[in-house]
Design a protein around this ligand. Structure first.
Ligand code: SAM
Length: 238
């Protein structure tokens, strides 16, 4: 807490102010810890106060501050969009409206509507998903493809690793197919999860490829973000 903001000698320390959740009979220890973390997370509180549906909104905001991702009038695809934080940020940043929607989001989970965002309820790994997204954009190219997709973990490390790699690979293939020259691809990856082959593919197709971990991404989590900028065009990498 900053100096001068205390409330006298009875002031509680930050440690005391932390909400502690007692484990109850029906609740597993993992859920108790999750609840405790949510209740004490400044990004959760900020998202609630500022009207964002997820704390994840601050990850894309931070990446935007660092890499100037969004510009007015751009078309954006949001893969793994639920509950909608990234789509909200994107819609505001590019000036997307109901009359001229510039954002298309996809998730297999239900989502409440977001003004200026076309939402598809669909599994992105299904064969017809890419074409449905292209159709939703009226056949136009995208300037940004964002993927925050993550599958629920099984606890079986090799399986989880393969699933993560597969999601990033199909997101990258899609980005290469739909991006306009100069476009950007941002994807959640996990440390040790970005395969050499995928990096090599991106390096061929983009002018610059880097990894970034926003502050809003929990320090203990292995997640990090891959940012590939300056798309060379569909034939650029061949
Ligand atoms: C971390 S959340 C995304 C949070 C989002 N960026 C936000 O700001 O609200 C990951 C999402 O990816 C979705 N997802 C994972 N695999 C998917 C798939 N194959 N197709 C569509 N969505 C998928 C999950 O349902 C989940 O909603």
């Amino acid at each position: 807490m900053a100096k001068g903001t205390g409330i006298g000698s009875g002031r509680k320390s930050e440690k005391d102010l932390k909400v502690r959740v007692k484990s109850s009979k029906g609740r597993k220890i993992g859920s108790t810890l999750w609840l405790q973390r949510q209740l004490n997370d400044p990004y959760v509180a900020k998202a609630r106060a500022e009207g964002y549906r997820s704390r994840a909104a601050y990850k894309i905001k931070e990446l935007d501050e660092r890499y100037k991702l969004f510009h007015r009038g751009q078309r954006v695809v949001d893969l793994g969009a639920a509950p909608g934080g990234w789509s909200q940020v994107a819609a505001q940043a590019v000036g997307s409206t109901e009359a001229n929607p510039l954002i298309v989001g996809i998730d297999y989970l239900d989502m409440d509507p977001i003004p200026g965002v076309i939402l598809l309820k669909k599994d992105f790994t299904e064969d017809d998903a890419p074409q449905l997204l292209i159709d939703a954009m009226g056949g136009k190219k995208a300037d940004l493809v964002l993927s925050d997709m993550a599958s629920p973990t099984t606890g079986h490390r090799p399986t989880d690793h393969l699933r993560i790699v597969h999601l990033v690979e199909i997101a990258a293939d899609f980005a290469i197919k739909v991006l306009a020259p100069g476009g950007t691809f941002v994807a959640k990856v996990f440390q040790g999860g970005t395969e050499h082959e995928l990096l090599a593919l991106l390096k061929r197709h983009f002018a610059a490829t880097l990894h970034a971990k926003p502050k809003a991404s929990r320090a203990g989590s292995a997640e990090t973000y891959l940012v590939a900028r300056g798309f060379k065009g569909a034939d650029g990498g061949d």
